[in-house]
Design a protein. Structure first.
Length: 493
């Protein structure tokens, strides 16, 4: 490697894999956090057999196995769906829609991931602004599969069959957790603003004004800053605000404006400012994947080719037989206000009936909030609740006020399966300057101090259930509804 070596950014993902028995395709930051980095399934060295190539005014050392194509494309689109089922059907049937609104382009084999993410009891609004500049793609990779290591891993594997042997099922889950189910062969680069908003569709008044409410809540982003402000005064808007949850991904463009827009996407002027900088810095915007078993069918080793069907069958069984998982969360607050946001659409929050929420708590199936912004009434509170999902890693955020035991020292911590996730201090401002300012007073506050956590594990053990549906192929939506009914929480959807 020479002293002027500069690794090509696409090497960070191309050839690695994703496990779509657990991953969700809607959010690029979550997808990138889910990439299996322990090994390249398609083997090449990022610093060997390279050529110098100028990409966006920077000269990179690009492996010869990677092709780079200019791809100047820019568009912004908005769509709403009254149910998750409607959204999933549209995205699965229309490749251009899925490319526009999802972080992953793939075949029908990722249907489970799409279906479970877009729950039928939710309505959806999706806005995507894309400004892609180039594509990076693996080429001539059929002979680069990591066959030796794969053969060793599969040597003692047995067919999953009807799933009656739980040890065999677990071994295949472990296999996909390690090797992934799909391999990344293509990545688009540029800038992207992705806003996904979902809310329960159980309230007819919210449903009728959902799109109008979304547009108002996010300051008319995607509509030139135009929106109907009167909707915020309607009774249904309060319900919408409690039901509503969002995923925001901002990649590329000016890094500082990017951070500002990510932290608070409800300002059209900030969005416009960021959109004016999309050419400043490129990031990964979307990925394209191919099934592992498809690659195996072209392997040079016969034992790998012969095992391709067994791998596909194991994947199909796992995604058609999801199980419920119930994970304990302890949310410790030391501030005047704090909030836990569950950002995995397939999962829901349930209250812990044995530990009722304290006074001044507002909770939904995607959010738990205690206290009041800017109140400066510091307290320490512990809230307990559960997260129910299919055992996949979850995404969440923790927000808190800056007022704590002393000004600027607010904090909140979520303990999930004995692992602490801490949000503390003031984010988005220079706290030292703030505290030293002659204008500092306890009336000043920076309430939205948020930290995001991606792909964090839940309980390792499936919840106990007597549901017959788990014994035959089923969808996550059906299982979730049945499980909530079984435990007396059917009104939580």
């Amino acid at each position: 490697m020479t002293s002027d070596f500069k690794e090509f950014p696409a090497c960070d993902v191309l050839g690695y894999s994703l496990d779509f028995t657990t991953a969700s395709p809607t959010d690029i930051k979550s997808v990138l956090a889910a990439v299996k980095k322990a090994r390249r399934v398609i083997e090449y060295e990022a610093d060997q057999d390279t050529r110098k190539l100028e990409v966006e005014k920077t000269v990179y050392d690009v492996p010869k196995v990677i092709g780079v194509t200019d791809y100047n494309s820019s568009d912004g689109n908005y769509v709403t769906y009254s149910t998750g089922t409607e959204a999933a059907s549209a995205l699965k049937l229309n490749a251009s829609l899925s490319a526009r609104y999802l972080a992953i382009s793939a075949s029908a084999s990722v249907s489970y991931s799409i279906d479970k993410t877009l729950k039928r009891d939710d309505q959806w609004a999706m806005y995507s602004f894309n400004a892609d500049t180039y594509l990076a793609s693996l080429r001539d990779y059929a002979d680069l599969l990591a066959e030796t290591a794969l053969a060793r891993r599969l040597a003692e594997s047995v067919a999953i069959g009807d799933g009656s042997n739980k040890d065999v099922v677990q071994d295949w889950k472990d296999f996909f957790a390690s090797w992934g189910s799909h391999v990344i062969i293509n990545s688009a680069f540029g800038a992207r603003f992705q806003l996904n908003v979902w809310a329960s569709n159980s309230s007819s008044s919210v449903n009728e004004r959902f799109s109008t409410s979304v547009t108002a809540a996010f300051d008319g982003i995607g509509f030139g800053g135009k929106f109907d402000a009167s909707v915020t005064k309607e009774d249904q808007y309060k319900t919408f605000s409690e039901y509503m949850q969002k995923q925001v991904s901002v990649v590329g463009g000016d890094p500082e404006i990017n951070k500002k827009l990510t932290a608070d996407p409800a300002h059209n002027d900030v969005f416009v400012e960021w959109a004016g900088t999309v050419a400043k810095e490129s990031s990964m915007t979307t990925l394209n994947v191919v099934e592992l078993w498809v690659l195996m069918k072209d392997a040079s080793k016969k034992e790998i080719r012969d095992a391709a069907g067994m791998v596909m069958d194991a994947y199909d069984y796992i995604v058609s037989h999801p199980q419920p998982y119930k994970t304990t969360v302890v949310f410790d607050i030391q501030s005047d206000w704090a909030e836990f946001n569950l950002l995995s659409p397939d999962a829901i929050i349930l209250p812990d009936d044995n530990n009722p929420y304290p006074t001044n708590t507002v909770a939904s199936n995607t959010r738990v909030q205690w206290g009041r912004e800017y109140s400066h009434n510091y307290e320490r509170k512990t809230l307990r609740f559960f997260i129910v999902n299919d055992g996949s890693p979850i995404n969440f955020s923790i927000s808190h006020g800056s007022n704590g035991a002393t000004a600027g020292q607010g904090r909140a911590e979520a303990v999930i399966e004995a692992t602490p996730y801490l949000g503390e201090g003031v984010t988005g401002v220079d706290l030292s300057k703030w505290l030293l300012s002659s204008n500092f007073s306890t009336s000043k506050d920076n309430v939205w101090n948020t930290k995001w956590f991606y792909q964090k594990p839940v309980s390792a053990n499936a919840a106990s259930t007597a549901l017959e549906v788990t014994q035959k192929p089923h969808k996550w939506n059906d299982l979730l509804t049945a499980y909530l009914s079984e435990i007396g929480a059917s009104d939580s959807l």
